[in-house]
Ligand binder design. Structure first.
Ligand code: SF4
Length: 171
C-alpha cells in the first residue's frame, strides 16, 4: 500500500526519533517545550558525538536534517548517525531512514550507518521500498499527533528515566 505524504511539510530527524520513543514527548517537543539542554543523558550523547570522530567529522544541515557525519566510501554517499549504545536502536534507525528519504527527495541516493563508538559498531541502514513507505507513514502520523491541541497522557516506558521531560510528566 502506498502512503500519500505531503513532502512540503518538513519535520526534523529529532521529531521522527521521538515518534518512536514516546508520542507525548513528540508533542511536547513540537510545541516548543524543549528541555533538552538540561538533560544529562542528552549531554552525554553530545559529548560522545563531539569526541569520537574529531578528524573525519563533517556535519550536514538542510531543512529537517542535521546529519552527524557525511562521508563517501567507494563512490557511495554515507550518512552516519552516532548513538550512545546499541540498546533501543529503533528510534535512531528511523531517524536515519528519514534522512535517507529526505536526501532521496532532493535527488541524492545515500546509504546509512548507525555508528556506536563505545561498542565499535557500525550498523548499515538501507532505504528499501518497505522502509521508504514506513517513513512516509510515520510522517503522516507525526502530522496527526502534532496537530492535536493537547499531548497524550504520560505512559511509563524504559525511555522515561533518561527523558528530559521526566519531572514534567511524573511530579
Ligand atoms: S517522561 Fe516518559 S512519558 Fe514523559 S515524555 Fe518522556 S518518555 Fe514520554
Amino acid at each position: 500500500m502506498n502512503v500519500e505524504t505531503d513532502t512540503s511539510l518538513v519535520y526534523t530527524g529529532t521529531q521522527v526519533n521521538y515518534y518512536f520513543v514516546c508520542k507525548r514527548k513528540l508533542w511536547l517537543f513540537s510545541h516548543a517545550l524543549s528541555m533538552e539542554s538540561t538533560s544529562d543523558a542528552v549531554n552525554l550523547g553530545k559529548l560522545i558525538h563531539e569526541t569520537s570522530y574529531p578528524r573525519q567529522k563533517q556535519e550536514f544541515s538542510a531543512p529537517g536534517m542535521k546529519i552527524d557525519l557525511l562521508t563517501q566510501r567507494d563512490g557511495r554517499l554515507i550518512v552516519q548517525e552516532v548513538k550512545k549504545s546499541s540498546k533501543n536502536l529503533m528510534p535512531g534507525r528511523m531517524q536515519l531512514a528519514y534522512y535517507l528519504w529526505r536526501l532521496r527527495e532532493m535527488g541524492l541516493e545515500a546509504t546509512g550507518e548507525l555508528v556506536i563508538p563505545k561498542e565499535r559498531k557500525r550498523i548499515p541502514v538501507e532505504l528499501t521500498a518497505e522502509l521508504d513507505q514506513e517513513v512516509r507513514g510515520t510522517l503522516v502520523e507525526i502530522e496527526r499527533i502534532v496537530s492535536e491541541d493537547t499531548p497524550l497522557l504520560p505512559v511509563h516506558s524504559r525511555f522515561c528515566r533518561a527523558c528530559a521531560y521526566n519531572e514534567f510528566c511524573w511530579t
